[in-house]
Ligand binder design. Structure first.
Ligand code: FES
Length: 170
């Protein structure tokens, strides 16, 4: 056996990888069926995953925490509290004699603490002048793209009770 290749007009790569361009473009029925089958299985697996996820997904449960007595804050006054955990600062504003609004105090831009400006009747973030509506927490101005998460309140026996958070993670 010789270690040297016999001189030939065919390049070495063609001998070792006998690929023909015409064959590469040709997709036969078996290959096409294989492609369709694999794609169908992929889509089936994706749909089953979505179905399983929606079946096991539970809405978050929030604690019921009394955050203030209704008469404790003057109209236009503010009280801060933490909800739903001690690491979630929130702000409660008495917007009228019988109306209150509570929001997460973390700005949705870069998490600076927002405060209530009574003269402008809005929540303001001092870091980059992001302003939020006191009515619904929506962005009025500035770099934030998302509204402030709103804390749902209930009133019971003269107490304001936080019962949930709307718009969290949206
Ligand atoms: S952190 Fe509030 S506007 Fe930037």
């Amino acid at each position: 056996m010789s270690w040297f290749r016999k001189p030939s007009s065919t390049p070495l790569w063609r001998d070792e990888f006998p690929v023909f361009t015409a064959d590469e473009r040709y997709v036969n029925r078996r290959q096409f069926t294989k492609f369709l089958t694999l794609t169908s299985f992929g889509m089936l697996a994706g749909n089953l995953w979505i179905l399983a996820r929606s079946a096991f997904h539970r809405a978050p449960t929030y604690p019921r925490i009394a955050v203030a007595a209704a008469g404790e804050i003057a109209v236009g006054g503010v009280k801060t509290f933490a909800y739903p955990t001690a690491g979630d600062p929130c702000i409660l504003v008495r917007t009228g004699s019988d109306s209150f609004a509570a929001y997460s105090q973390k700005c949705t831009h870069l998490s600076c603490a927002v405060y209530y400006d009574q003269t402008q009747n809005r929540l303001e973030c001092p870091c980059h002048q992001g302003f939020f509506s006191i009515a619904d927490g929506s962005v009025l101005q500035g770099p934030p793209r998302r509204a402030l998460p709103r804390v749902s309140l209930e009133r019971k026996d003269g107490q304001l009770i936080a019962v949930g958070v709307e718009g969290e993670g949206s």
